[in-house]
Write a protein that binds this ligand. Structure first.
Ligand code: NDP
Length: 259
């Protein structure tokens, strides 16, 4: 043990006991996996998405394993819906995971104005509304950690499928992450993002042969991520383990963006 015997054990820094984490899009896919990881690290998790019955199914599964969990129905594109869902939570909100997101594969020339706005609304405006509404509370309480789910698509252009609105939306999420991090650091609020590569969820049709060639065979690890592989990074970013880290975009892509 080094000279400073008051130094906490490193594993204690990952402990989220007593903290509350709101996870948007937490009822399936990556969000569900992040919610499980945060709950296993000790947090009480709030599953926040539109479909109440799917939210409750995840809450029931978490509770069945002895974790603390609850649900709120919200649509991240509607600030009133976000405001009333957050107001219904009395405990301090220590962690916000802005994870809800959508993606369409469409060549730029075919993207309608409505479709472009739909993607921006969920992926960018949704992050903005939730961050601002929860951020107010975090600033008032003097601490908080916000984790945004960005994407490697905010850094590269995926192929063979074209998804211009999604790519632009994730680049915006990354820079919004940095902007809020810089502004809110003096208030004790950290803001970071994860940028996953392909992950096995409903969003990614991994088994389609026309995608497999580019998404899997071309990638250094030659496999997608399982959602659970992102969980430890969420615990790291949420907890005191990353106490000196803010404004970072952590790429978790099995090396995809190396080529
Ligand atoms: P899924 O399609 O499996 O899940 C999307 C989640 O978002 C659902 O829980 C859905 O719940 C919720 N959601 C969608 N629209 C809204 C809305 N308007 N308001 C509230 N919740 C909403 O996606 P993934 O788990 O794959 O993706 C999660 C995040 O990870 C997204 O931001 C995505 O862009 C990102 N990502 C995914 C990758 C992948 O390969 N899968 C790679 C890189 C990033 P409900 O319908 O009940 O509202």
């Amino acid at each position: 043990m080094p000279a400073n015997s008051h130094r906490p054990h490193v594993m204690q820094r990952f402990d989220l006991t007593g903290q509350t984490a709101v996870v948007t899009g937490g009822n399936r896919g990556i969000g569900e996996a992040l919610a499980w990881a945060l709950a296993e690290a000790g947090a009480s998790v709030v599953i926040a998405a539109r479909h109440a019955e799917r939210n409750l199914a995840v809450v029931d599964a978490l509770k069945a394993e002895g974790h603390q969990a609850s649900a709120v129905s919200l649509d991240v594109t509607d600030p009133d819906s976000v405001e009333s869902a957050i107001e219904s939570l009395s405990a301090p909100i220590d962690i916000l995971v802005n994870n809800a997101g959508i993606c369409y594969h469409e060549p730029a020339i075919e993207v309608t104005p409505q479709r472009f706005l739909e993607v921006m609304n969920v992926n960018v405006n949704g992050v903005w509304y939730c961050s601002q509404i929860v951020g107010r509370r975090m600033i008032a309480q003097g601490h908080g950690s916000i984790i945004n789910t960005g994407s490697m698509s905010g850094m590269i252009v995926n192929r063979p499928q074209m998804q211009p609105a999604y790519n632009a939306s994730k680049a915006a999420v990354h820079h919004l992450t940095r902007s809020l991090a810089a502004e809110w650091a003096p208030h004790g609020v950290r803001v970071n993002a994860i940028a996953p590569g392909y992950v096995r969820t409903e969003m990614s049709p991994l088994e389609r042969p026309e995608f497999r060639r580019y998404w899997i065979e071309d990638a250094p690890m030659q496999r997608p991520a399982e959602p659970e592989e992102l969980g430890p990074m969420a615990v790291y970013l949420a907890s005191a383990a990353s106490s000196f880290m803010t404004g970072e975009i952590v790429v978790l892509d099995g090396g995809y963006t190396l080529f």
